[in-house]
Write a protein of this length. Sequence first.
Length: 211
Amino acid sequence: MPFFYKHTIHNDAELAIWRIEESEDWFRERLILSNLEITQLENIKGHRRLEWLAVRYLTSQLLGGQSGAMLKDEFGKPHLLHLPLHISVSHSHGLAATIISKTLTGIDIQKIVPKIERIANRLLRIEEQAALQPETRMEHLHVYWGAKEALYKAHGRRELDFRLNILIESFQFDLNIGYCRGRVIKDDFDAWFDIYYQQMEDYILVYALEN
C-alpha cells in the first residue's frame, strides 16, 4: 500500500508512515539488502521481521531509492551506513514509521491503549502528572510516552531513567496536534529537543529534533 502519511518537516528532516499490508516476500523483492542487513534480518524472528522490512523499505523511499544500508550500532540504535544522516524508527499495530534528519532525532508511534495507565508512575515526574486533565488524560499520557520514547531513541545510549533523565517542559495540550520541548540529561550529555505530536486515527505520533 502507499504511504499512510508523509511529511517534510523542513529542509533538514522528513518522516513517513507506512501501513503494513504486504507480505515479507513483497518487501524482499523490492529491496537490495547488504550482507550485513541480511545477517541482521536472519536474527529477527516472528512478526518483527515484517516490521523491520517495512521500516527498511520506508527508509529507502525517503532516501529516493538510495541504498542507505540500515544497521544497528552496539547500543541497538539504527544508523545509515555511509550517509551523514540520523534516523529513528518505530512500529505499532500494523504501522511503521521512519524519520531522517541532519540532526539528532527520535520518533515514536503508539496505538492508544488503556494499559498505559499501568506505567504512568514510571514515566512521569510529579509536575508532568499534575498537567493531565481527566477529559484528555489517555491521549495526553500517550504524548508523554511518545515524547520520552522519542528522546530515548535520539539519545541512543540506553540506561536512561524516563523520570530522572528525560524531562518534558510544561505545555498546553492540544487533542489533535501540538508542540512542546524536551531535554535529555545524562552524565556529560545535555540536549534540548523540539517535540511535535499529533493524533492520527487511534494512534499518537510523536517526533523530536535536537535544537
